[in-house]
Design a protein around this ligand. Structure first.
Ligand code: ATP
Ligand code: MG
Ligand code: MG
Ligand code: MG
Length: 488
């Protein structure tokens, strides 16, 4: 079943709604919504936040959407797990004070298990494992009633997996992640009755999470961490927020090993194979690189489509990093020519069926992406030799650490971002003295400020900043990873 058919069936299922009532179909919002806590929309519920927070009243009691999402914190997992993309589409159904746990459970189970001939996904019941927050007996009972499964088949997981909040006081609630057992090739055997409270890492690719049902019922007065918070009471209006990973269901239904092999992604890998002469499936390291290429080409195209341009901070930096990682992965696979003009049009052809703006706006998108590749190629040409020389020096002297000086010189003279230096060093089995690097960066900033003051001929009053520094100490540079938080 191709991805567009899965999307269509999901939407049709909720648009009809059956006994629980028709859902209003809401188109995907842009990846760039104004939200002080998020760089990018990272879940289907984000555009509906004002309704969930009670800031606005929802114009409909129920809604369904297929939302474009970007999760930069998942970037390191891309290509290594079977299931994480930096861009993905989240299919969701939402109830604003309308149906609650029972409706969400019945609607999800029905779609997943309904035969393909009847408009469902036809997944085998024996492979599906609903999970609940350990102790949420109400949800466990409802699952048993909806599915006919015995109690020991309903997995109880802890707050890490199955409690949702926004990390701040406000709404929160238990979740039910629906897991699909892909079989013994993907992980060890398990006993659902004794699983938890955490999902063991070695089972994450076997017991694939495909859908998360969030039961928003609590009012949180304090949130100290994902697992440590105070529930002040129940929300006056209880809501449902769910998210099903389109690509995850697609790779199950298409009989593929992972999300990078589905109909809308694999053609980019196929083209990269032609360009590089490498064969997907022949080498583990190459395979990860090919998947990174497929993921990053698509994500960066979707970001440019929504108006992001490469830059040195915030959203622009995320885009720059994705584009550069795609280009560099192609080089590591042995292809040194311009790669994006070969690869991005393939992604456009697949995604353009759903997002027609990719086609109508193609000239602009291509221009932004290709210019960034050209600039990066120049940077790489200049810096790679210097990097290799430095790496060889360190190794031949028996060391394992690239000095802060060297990392700084690469940054300062050749425009190498520190994450690139870190990645290239790691590939050679070297560490980098990041602290030293940051110290030199800070010194350089100080010098630049002093220069600016000298030029202006006046002395800036920095006492306010000094006070903050004295009170809190220097802050650690955490790049952009910490700016986006996963929502569930
Ligand atoms: P995981 O535990 O696998 O990282 P999650 O619990 O972070 O997933 P949710 O925040 O619950 O994911 O999002 C709802 C659904 O969106 C998930 O059940 C999954 O199907 C899908 N999803 C989440 N993150 C990704 C991703 N990086 N790539 C593809 N699909 C994703
Ligand atoms: Mg999860
Ligand atoms: Mg989840
Ligand atoms: Mg996650």
């Amino acid at each position: 079943m191709d991805t567009s058919e899965i999307r269509r069936r999901f939407t049709a299922h909720f648009e009809a709604g059956g006994a629980w009532g028709a859902h209003t179909v809401v188109p995907s919002a842009s990846l760039l919504l104004d939200d002080p806590n998020l760089l990018f929309v990272n879940a289907g519920m984000v555009p509906f936040k004002p309704y969930f927070l009670g800031q606005e009243s929802a114009p409909y009691p129920r809604a369904t959407s297929v939302q474009k999402c970007v999760r930069t914190p998942d970037i390191e997992d891309v290509g290594k797990t079977t299931r994480h993309g930096t861009f993905f589409e989240m299919c969701g159904n939402f109830s604003f004070g309308d149906y609650f746990k029972q409706g969400a459970i019945e609607l999800a189970w029905d779609l997943l298990t309904k035969p393909v001939a009847d408009g469902g996904f036809g997944l085998e019941e024996s492979r599906l494992y609903p999970s609940v927050l350990a102790g949420d007996d109400e949800a466990a009972e409802l699952w048993m009633k909806a599915t006919g499964l015995p109690r020991h088949r309903i997995v109880g997981l802890g707050r890490k997996e199955n409690y949702w909040s926004m990390g701040i006081p406000g709404p929160g609630g238990p979740c039910s992640e629906i897991l699909y057992d892909r079989g013994p090739e993907y992980g060890p055997d398990f006993d659902p009755a004794t699983l938890g409270p955490d999902m063991p890492v070695e089972l994450e690719d076997r017991l694939l999470e495909i859908w998360n049902l969030v039961f928003m019922q609590d009012e949180l007065s304090a949130v100290r961490s994902k697992e440590d918070f105070d529930v002040a009471g129940q929300l006056p209006k209880k809501n449902i927020d769910t998210g099903m990973g389109l690509e995850r269901v697609a790779f199950l239904l298409q009989g593929k090993q992972n999300m990078y092999e589905i109909d809308v992604m694999y053609p980019v890998i196929a083209r990269a194979e032609e360009l590089t002469g490498r064969r997907y499936g022949a080498d583990k390291v190459d395979d990860v690189r090919l998947r990174v290429v497929a993921d990053h080409v698509r994500s960066s195209m979707m970001l440019i489509g929504d108006g992001v341009t490469p830059g040195n901070d915030g959203r622009g930096y995320v885009l720059r990093r994705l584009l550069r990682r795609a280009v560099r992965s192609m080089r590591l696979l042995g292809f040194e020519d311009r790669a994006l003009p070969e690869l991005m049009p393939i992604s456009r052809d697949r995604m353009g069926e759903t997002y027609s703006e990719l086609v109508t706006d193609w000239d602009r998108i291509a221009q932004v992406a290709f210019a960034e590749e050209d600039a990066f190629r120049k940077t790489l040409q200049a810096g790679t030799q210097i990097f290799d020389l430095a790496a060889t020096e360190v190794k031949s002297s028996g060391g394992g650490v690239l000095t802060g000086d060297k990392a700084f010189a690469l940054h300062d003279t050749y425009g190498f971002p520190i994450d690139l230096t870190l990645e290239m060093a790691a590939e050679q089995g070297l560490a980098v003295d990041e602290e030293g690097f940051r110290g030199l960066m800070a010194e350089q900033r100080q010098r630049a400020k002093a220069d600016a003051r000298a030029k202006k001929g006046q002395h800036a009053d920095t006492s306010v900043y000094r006070g903050i520094l004295d009170a809190h100490g220097p802050t650690e540079w955490l790049a952009y990873e910490t700016l986006t938080t996963e929502s569930k």
